[in-house]
Design a protein around this ligand. Structure first.
Ligand code: SAH
Length: 349
């Protein structure tokens, strides 16, 4: 089996080049070819000797995921169902904000976290995505942007697609190192966000990576009783442990976190919930991102009404919390996480 070059960090590739009896600068040269010059084959690499190109061809390949389905929204949002070399399918989304092009990347095929409101969990985890399969999601989106004829590329990445990134920790960190590398996709660390359902040990580890990347925590409830109902992970790691890990993360990384909070009608959208949330997160001096819920036919959760979203936000502001409401994209296509894939497999309507 050939090694996919898109799955290698620069440091790994430098070591491999040395093992091949080459100078380490070959790695930078290869990175420039595949990321900056967007070479599709080793034959294009004309400043690499013919004999070494043959060696490269023997050992490596340059393979990207294939587009299995593409949905385009009126607001410019693209949702892709990508097929990996073993036939596994994952969702990737492109959202166009005024500040840039945001890729929402999946980290696993399916998900085992079983959050009750989420469509991704309708299909259980089949496997972790490989590093090159995550890098590949960005490369495919960059190719589509190029086809549009603009000089635009993906500028921001959120690991908020299907899967729990901290259940595929090592691959996600290598993926970040590659897309952040100046010689590769040069996506700024502050433009990269990983979202987790809250695994304390990994949150602490993430804080020690020395990366200036962002962390978002899917909170969605202000107390253990409700959170354990919505998110089974809370039974293993209750809020006390989660908040303690976030505190350590802040201390080690010097960075603030964002709590994501989906507003579900009559479930977690009362004024009492807002006050309880304020108290819970006060020690971590964090941001709150309120998420309008994308309804999924397979469960009975309803999106909170606009007026309760506004009231919830106003209450948090009054309580001194830094709060934003997530802008919605692709409401005319299958916007909810995991919906497109579940639909294509006949699981979701
Ligand atoms: N497993 C990670 C990342 C994937 S989910 C996590 O839990 O954070 C990314 C975000 O989308 C999470 O905050 C998740 O709770 C939220 N989400 C899932 N289903 C949703 C839906 N139908 N509508 C709105 N947000 C949803």
């Amino acid at each position: 089996m050939k090694t996919n070059l898109y799955g290698k960090t620069l440091i790994q590739l430098e070591q491999e080049m040395i093992q091949e009896g080459q100078k380490s600068y070959r790695a930078k040269q290869l990175f420039t070819w595949i990321y900056e010059k967007e070479a599709k084959s080793f034959d294009e690499m004309t400043d690499v000797s013919l004999s070494f190109r043959l060696v490269l061809k023997e050992k490596y390949c340059l393979e990207k995921p294939k587009i299995f389905l593409e949905q385009n929204s009126n607001d410019g949002t693209k949702k892709l169902l990508l097929e990996m070399s073993d036939g596994a399918k994952v969702e990737t989304v492109l959202m166009r904000y005024n500040y840039g092009n945001v890729a929402c990347v999946s980290s696993q095929v399916g998900c085992n976290m079983s959050c009750t409101f989420c469509a991704s969990g309708l299909l259980k985890k089949v496997r972790n995505l490989k590093i090159e399969e995550m890098v590949g999601q960005i490369l495919v989106l960059n190719d589509l942007l190029k086809e549009e004829g603009k000089a635009e590329k993906i500028t921001h990445v959120v690991v908020m697609g299907t899967g729990e990134p901290f259940d595929n920790y090592e691959n996600v960190i290598s993926f970040i190192r590659i897309i952040n590398d100046q010689k590769a996709l040069a996506i700024g660390a502050r433009h990269i966000t990983v979202s987790t359902c809250g695994i304390p040990e990994k949150i602490r580890q993430y804080g020690k990576e020395g990366l200036q990347v962002n962390l978002a925590i899917s909170l969605h409830a202000p107390n253990d009783e409700l959170r354990s109902k919505l998110m089974p992970i809370n039974r293993a790691y209750p809020l006390k442990e989660l908040i303690a890990a976030v505190k350590d993360y802040i201390q080690n990384s010097g960075r603030r976190v964002t709590y994501e909070y989906i507003l579900l009608k009559n479930v977690n959208d009362s004024m009492q919930d807002a006050d309880e949330l304020t108290k819970l997160i006060a020690p971590t001096f964090a941001y709150v991102n309120l998420i309008p819920y994308n309804e999924v036919k397979e469960n009975s959760f309803k999106r909170a009404e606009d007026k309760s979203v506004k009231a919830f936000m106003d209450r948090l502001v009054k309580n001194g919390v830094n709060v934003t409401i997530r802008k919605e994209f692709g409401s005319d296509i299958d916007a909810a996480c995991g919906q497109l894939r579940a639909k294509s497999e006949g699981i979701c309507k």
